[in-house]
Design a protein around this ligand. Structure first.
Ligand SMILES: Nc1ncnc2c1ncn2[C@@H]1O[C@H](COP(=O)(O)OP(=O)(O)OP(=O)(O)O)[C@@H](O)[C@H]1O
Length: 268
């Protein structure tokens, strides 16, 4: 099949990684919740792990351009993000599912996703087809014309995932997307992640270590606003001999955290 391509699709990519951060600092309230984070992420599915309060949500919000960096450097799709950046351009290429997202309860699923597509400035002629495709992809085709307020928690999250991918983003940020999904939907979601991650830079935060092992090409572990570990899921498992948990990856997770805290304590 031959299809027409637009100039943007064949333009050379001039950056090395979709997301890169150098000594990144991000403030939330009075706290520097991201505190000297180094990061380089290309295409693929990157699983973001870390204990409560580690700074995952704050990091996601900065990558989604909701929060501005307080220090260090952040580059998204080759653009430096600072107070002078025109965010509209870069936001068109980002998909973001926040941990909690707002919606008009009287909107149908289709209206909700259409509205988000409009906010992302998608060409109007592309919207109906794109919305139908993503609603099918998240398994909500039979609820597309039901109001948001009638959906279950897991279905709402799937509607949230649909709006995050409707614009075929180059960077996809998903903050705890599997919360509330039933086992069958979690399996379907993992398959969706693997599929999207083939040509997109996906960062997905979760507390479910087994989701990371099953669906991610790469694991990031953060604690106290800093990167503790980055590697393949199998590398995480290698650390498992020393930690506690139900699986080799969970044991690796706890061993790496303990080691980081012992080092941080020793350095004080
Ligand atoms: N609005 C806020 N005002 C003040 N402090 C905040 C605010 N939001 C988060 N924090 C603090 O910043 C730190 C990082 O929080 P963040 O929500 O980024 O962590 P997280 O890794 O996403 O945690 P969780 O796994 O619980 O979602 C925590 O110490 C938290 O208490």
């Amino acid at each position: 099949m031959v299809r027409a391509v637009n100039a943007a699709e064949i333009a050379p990519t001039t950056y090395g990684a979709e997301i890169s951060a150098n000594r990144l600092m991000v403030r939330t309230g009075k706290r520097m919740a991201v505190n000297g984070l180094d990061l380089s992420l290309g295409k693929g599915v990157h699983g973001l792990l870390g204990p409560n309060g580690a700074g995952k949500t704050t990091m996601m919000r900065a990558l989604a351009t909701v929060l501005r960096p307080a220090g260090g450097e952040l580059m998204l799709l080759g653009q430096r993000i600072d107070s002078r950046t025109d965010m509209r351009q870069v936001r068109r290429d980002i998909g973001y599912l926040p941990q909690e997202f707002g919606f008009y309860p009287r909107f149908t699923v289709r209206e909700f996703v259409e509205y988000m597509a409009w906010l992302k400035e998608m060409p109007a002629r592309d919207v109906p087809g794109a919305v139908q495709r993503v609603v099918e992809r998240v398994g909500l085709a039979d609820r597309a014309d039901d109001r948001m307020k009638t959906l279950s928690g897991g279905m709402l999250r799937r509607a949230g995932i649909a709006q995050a991918i409707v614009n075929d983003p180059q960077i996809l940020l998903l903050d705890e997307p599997t919360v509330g999904l039933d086992p069958e939907q979690r399996l379907a979601f993992r398959a969706l992640l693997r599929d999207v991650g083939r040509d997109t830079c996906v960062l997905v935060s979760t507390h479910l270590v087994e989701d990371v092992v099953a669906a991610c090409t790469d694991v990031l572990l953060v604690d106290q606003g800093q990167m503790v570990f980055q590697g393949a899921p199998s590398d995480l498992e290698v650390w498992g001999a020393e930690g506690t948990g139900d699986s080799p990856a969970e044991r690796g997770y706890s061993a790496l955290l303990q080691r980081h805290r012992a080092q941080a304590g020793g350095a004080r």
